[in-house]
Design a protein around this ligand. Structure first.
Ligand SMILES: N[C@@H](CCC(=O)N[C@@H](CS)C(=O)NCC(=O)O)C(=O)O
Length: 205
């Protein structure tokens, strides 16, 4: 049975296309477009999964939600982009796979939503800014001399952290030069460029 990615334009789903391209796996994309006014996913995604969010991966006759789980399943299935099991790197990898969505996305999303409140959100903004700087600063500090987040090669953690790193590089590249270099290295990969072609509009480009 084939693999299908339910892909929302301009979303975290882009990194799943990137990983599939890196793995050289055959897959199909079902495209969904954000609403031009609300920026939300279209209702058709709720027919695939009750939350109606993307990415969603159809594989082996079931639908998997949550990017981190999708990345882990794909890396394990194809035996690639994972550190050696039982090593310190494997533990670090697990930690960072969860950090990407569990921690790094929280201030990013708060910034997005509270920013829409205008003056009403002003009292919250200093704490959000401080947490954004803390999380981006942490990522900047743990990026290894190899240019990867774990070990000396590409892993699923690099895929997961590419999204918060892209936000950091967009918002303040000069404050986070290592993250900006990491993002440039990701974007230079032929697999990322193929995924970008197939995925459609991403970050306005
Ligand atoms: N933690 C989830 C987040 C999924 C998520 O919120 N996806 C966004 C795109 S970045 C989405 O579908 N937003 C559209 C909506 O909420 O209507 C994951 O990483 O898979």
């Amino acid at each position: 049975m084939g693999i299908i990615v339910h892909h929302l334009n301009n979303s975290r789903s882009q990194r799943i296309l990137w990983l599939l391209e890196e793995l050289g796996v055959d897959y199909a994309i079902r495209h969904y477009q954000r609403d031009a006014v609300t920026n939300l996913a279209p209702p058709e995604l709720k027919a695939v999964h009750p939350l109606g969010k993307s990415p969603l991966l159809e594989i082996d006759g079931r639908v998997i939600e949550e990017s981190g789980a999708i990345v882990q399943v794909l890396c394990e299935r194809y035996g690639a982009w994972l550190p050696e099991p039982g090593t310190d790197d494997a533990l670090r990898h697990l930690e960072l796979m969860h950090f990407a969505e569990g921690s790094a996305m929280t201030p990013i999303l708060l910034n997005l939503y509270v920013g829409r409140l205008g003056d009403a959100g002003a009292p919250l903004q200093p704490r959000i800014d401080e947490q954004l700087a803390a999380h981006f600063g942490y990522l900047e500090s743990i990026l290894r001399p190899s240019g990867h987040f774990v070990g000396n090669d590409w892993t699923g953690a690099d895929v997961m952290l590419s999204f918060p790193a892209e936000i950091a590089a967009m918002q303040a590249a000069s404050a986070f030069p290592k993250l900006a270099a990491f993002v440039a290295a990701v974007h230079a990969r032929p697999a990322w460029q193929r995924a970008r072609e197939k995925g459609g509009v991403y970050f306005g480009s």
